[in-house]
Design a protein around this ligand. Structure first.
Ligand code: C2O
Length: 361
């Protein structure tokens, strides 16, 4: 768990190419969070918190009422003073804080002192990002006074949903810093590689790319993800230097590959989406993560998990915690164990076909 009083400048990293080019980043809030009152997370009450339904982003292009709300909420976030915990700036900085290692671990053992706290490349990946999106969504809803507001998900596991969704190409949701070769209608390349000799996957036709995407999804959801360690990522222990050996299948792809594919390779560190410190400045980040967490829910269903059954029955995982500001601007401590049962968090995903399930090579 992070020690909030240790926020410090740190070094940037891209998602796939550690040390390609980095600079010093300082994402600590101007007025430190340490010392502020912290409350323990409470599940929203089903009687007062309506269920929020996340829908596929590519099917929302004609829903003007929804788009007006979503754009308005993001505009309001952008207008808040940058130090407000609900501001778009602070929301994006959360990624930099937790993913670039701006905190050291809380010293629950001598070994943990001075090891950075990081949430990528391990079993912390899914729980951390689930809460990140959860609070972001509730804050957006609060700003426009709509407690049914739900973020869309980028349904790139269906052929129609593979391009960057049109709604992210305009208004408040647009971001200039994206790869110009990868704008709609190009389907996303889930097998994207940023290795220096293979920067561009445009040697594949759209139909070939779609088939390659579905086959890779089958592998990362089914045949290559037969155990929780493979799917969720390795068991990071306190004191370990932010990494253990083994990224989960979905974190590797589509997670990392979609980040790199959207980010602009003409920017020094593939900003925005391709680098940890800037990724959440692109609104499509939240739709990307909403979909990743949908894939987590689907994997649990495919593998017969009960709703509240954790993947790892290990207190070192279940009691790890993170801090977020909630929609009331209270600083909340959430534990991994609170991330397991989506139903208790009062959101759900509109169901769509799963073409990758039939894409067994
Ligand atoms: Cu912390 Cu998509 O990343």
């Amino acid at each position: 768990s992070p020690n909030l009083s240790t926020c410090h400048s740190t070094s940037s990293e891209t998602f796939q190419l550690p040390n390609r080019s980095t600079h010093v980043v300082n994402c600590c809030p101007a007025s430190p969070d340490s010392g502020k009152p912290v409350i323990d997370f409470q599940f929203p009450s089903p009687s007062t918190s309506p269920l929020r339904i996340r829908r596929p982003a590519h099917r929302l292009a004609l829903d003007e009422e929804y788009l007006a709300k979503y754009n308005k909420a993001v505009a309001m976030m952008k207008q808040l003073p940058s130090d407000h915990p609900h501001s778009f700036h602070r929301q994006a900085q959360i990624h930099c804080l937790y993913c670039n290692g701006a905190y050291y671990q809380a010293a629950n053992s001598a070994a943990a002192t001075n090891a950075p706290f990081m949430v990528h490349n391990s079993w912390l990946f899914f729980p951390f990002h689930r809460f990140y999106v959860y609070f972001h969504e509730r804050i957006l809803g609060k700003l426009i006074g709509d407690d049914t507001f739900a973020l869309p998900y980028w349904n790139y596991d269906s052929p129609d949903g593979m391009p960057i969704p049109d709604i992210y190409m305009k208004g408040e949701l647009h971001d200039e810093k994206r790869d110009g070769r990868h704008l709609p209608p190009a389907p996303v390349a889930i097998d994207y590689s940023t290795s220096p000799d293979n920067f561009d996957s445009s040697n594949e036709t759209a139909a070939e790319q779609i088939a390659a995407n579905l086959a890779l999804l089958y592998h990362h959801m089914v045949s290559g993800a037969t155990k929780p360690e493979l799917f969720m990522g390795c068991r990071l222990r306190p004191g370990e230097d932010g990494a253990c050996s083994g990224t989960g299948t979905i974190e590797a792809a589509p997670h990392n590959t979609v980040h790199m594919w959207v980010g602009n390779i003409e920017m020094p560190e593939y900003e925005d989406m391709g680098t940890l410190y800037a990724a959440a400045r692109d609104t499509v980040f939240y739709a990307h993560h909403a979909n990743l967490h949908r894939l987590w829910v689907l994997w649990r269903q495919l593998n017969g998990y009960d709703k509240s059954q954790p993947e790892f029955d290990d207190p070192q995982w279940l009691d790890s915690h993170f801090y977020f500001y909630d929609e009331n601007a209270d600083l909340v401590r959430v534990k991994v164990r609170d991330a397991i049962d989506m139903d208790r968090l009062r959101y759900a995903y509109e169901e769509v076909d799963l073409p990758w399930l039939d894409a067994r090579p």
